[in-house]
Design a protein around this ligand. Structure first.
Ligand code: BG6
Length: 494
């Protein structure tokens, strides 16, 4: 699908996200013909930048981070010609009036029918004032559509998210707001839907009669890097839990939508969030949620600092860099099935993986085996390796009747290699085409916060206590106990 003629405004044009993700995504879309010649990109940020400097930054970003290499000078010039930079104090209305004139000239030059997409790669505190100034400065007066794309976090809790939403709604309608959760742009996360609804052998088993538990792991090896200031305020629960983890859970647990349309899918997702069992007391939070922070550690002979020693982190900080939880989706399909989720910084490997563990077969036929029968697993690897594998029990060749767990693997990244599209390509393309399927709707955000807020409240009151884990390990013992008390264990990630 080719994107209609669009002016893309990147607020935060000199920032990290634009540099690492957004410009490379636009170049890939251009190379694939998903963006034709009728587009313009207007980079907006405070610091002054000459057009030459901006284009040289752009080239650097694409050379370093894009999955396509620049073809030749001619093609590069043709592409780069669509990019302009505008230095703007985002609180100063006059700047927007200038931006408007500038935009109209570009729209004329590239034959763009007034469609404007505003991507705010900015601190969330600025979302409301920028939106309001866009309106006041006349940026929303063009013919054509206007869409706002914003990054997480959407609020700090439910009340602040409601406030932000009300402010945005003064300028943009819900259907014009595209809230990014970049996990929803990942190929394998989107694939969950296909695996579930297009395969005869999964959907009939996809319920509490056949599935014993589900495990979702989002582990990272990095620490907080340069984001200490933001992270120390947010913590893992808000940074990964409220959004990416709950979104992945909705994809696993939702009912089949009646049609594959954005609103039908999002209706089903929000129903999952509404069915989440809330932990209303501190005791319930203590029983079902673990929080922890990394201390100094070591990996491959290299010393790793503890969280409290990181740059811009309060040396007495009680912010969690890890959390794990046992969740229940209290509906007909999932009654009684625990969903275990965990995420953390400074864990041994970078991975995103979903393990669906099936119930055991009756063991009576195979009594007397050396090892007890292992359950069947369906493992969906989201990144960095993309693929699926199914663990089944088969006969160990050459033995009389010994059983051996065997993996049947589908390695998507082996086939598509580095050419698997990046999440941001898909998301930018979808937003410009008006497809909001893989963006979070307001009611999803609000419902997720209402669940998360109760955990945050118990933590604030000190329950459960903050555990620690040495950097480079799989989190505290409490996280293993969480499963052990149900008779399960975390399956090792691959
Ligand atoms: C972001 C978080 O949303 O996701 C980061 O703010 C985290 O803290 C990142 O590192 C992980 O994303 P990915 O795509 O690398 O798994």
């Amino acid at each position: 699908l080719q994107t209609p003629g669009t002016a893309f405004f990147i607020f935060g044009a000199t920032g990290d996200l634009a540099h690492r993700k957004l410009y490379p995504a636009i170049y890939s879309l251009y190379r694939e013909g998903k963006i034709a010649e009728d587009f313009a990109v207007i980079g907006v940020a405070r610091r002054p930048r000459t057009p030459e400097q901006f284009r040289s930054d752009l080239r650097e970003s694409i050379t370093e981070f894009c999955r396509y290499k620049i073809k030749d000078e001619e093609e590069w010039n043709r592409f780069a010609e669509h990019f302009e930079y505008k230095s703007l104090d985002i609180n100063n209305l006059d700047g927007y009036v200038e931006l408007k004139q500038h935009t109209e000239a570009l729209e004329q030059k590239f034959n763009i029918p007034g469609n404007r997409l505003f991507y705010l790669a900015l601190a969330p505190e600025l979302f409301s004032s920028v939106s309001l100034n866009l309106k006041k400065g006349g940026m929303l007066d063009s013919e054509g559509w206007h869409r706002l794309v914003i990054e997480k976090p959407f609020g700090y809790d439910l009340p602040s998210a409601e406030k932000l939403n009300a402010e945005l709604n003064e300028v943009f309608k819900e259907e014009e707001i595209y809230r990014i959760d970049h996990y929803l742009g990942k190929e394998m996360v989107q694939n969950i839907e296909v695996i579930r609804f297009a395969n005869a052998f999964f959907e009939p088993l996809w319920n509490n009669k056949h599935i014993s538990n589900v495990q979702i792991t989002l582990s990272e090896t990095v620490g907080v890097e340069e984001r200490g200031g933001y992270y120390d305020h947010a913590g893992a629960l808000r940074d990964m839990g409220q959004n990416h983890m709950l979104q992945m859970l909705t994809m696993i647990a939702m009912e089949p939508p009646s049609r594959l349309l954005a609103e039908d899918i999002r209706d089903e997702k929000v129903k999952v969030l509404r069915s989440l069992r809330h932990y209303n007391t501190n005791e319930e939070v203590g029983e079902n949620v673990v929080r922890a922070q990394y201390t100094g550690g070591e990996k491959g002979g290299k010393k790793l600092p503890g969280y409290r020693e990181e740059d811009k982190v309060d040396p007495n900080s009680n912010t969690e860099t890890y959390f794990a939880a046992r969740l229940f989706v209290d509906n007909f399909r999932w009654a009684g099935v625990p969903f275990y989720i965990r995420t953390g910084k400074r864990l041994p490997v970078k991975t995103t993986e979903v393990v669906v563990e099936f119930k055991n077969m009756p063991n009576n036929v195979y009594l007397g085996q050396k090892h007890s029968l292992e359950p069947n697993l369906l493992v969906i690897r989201v990144n960095p390796m993309e693929g699926i594998y199914i663990k089944i029990n088969a006969k160990n060749p050459g033995t009389e009747s010994e059983i051996k767990p065997t993996a049947m693997e589908f390695c998507q990244s082996c086939l598509v290699g580095i050419n698997s599209p990046e999440a941001y390509e898909r998301l930018l393309h979808d937003a410009a085409n008006g497809d909001s399927t893989y963006f979070t709707r307001w009611d999803e955000v609000a419902t997720a916060w209402s669940f998360i807020d109760k955990i945050a409240k118990a933590w604030k009151e000190g329950t459960p206590k903050l555990e620690t884990y040495p950097a480079g390990t799989w989190g505290p013992q409490a996280t293993h106990d969480l499963l052990a008390k149900d008779g399960f264990r975390w399956w090792p990630v691959n």
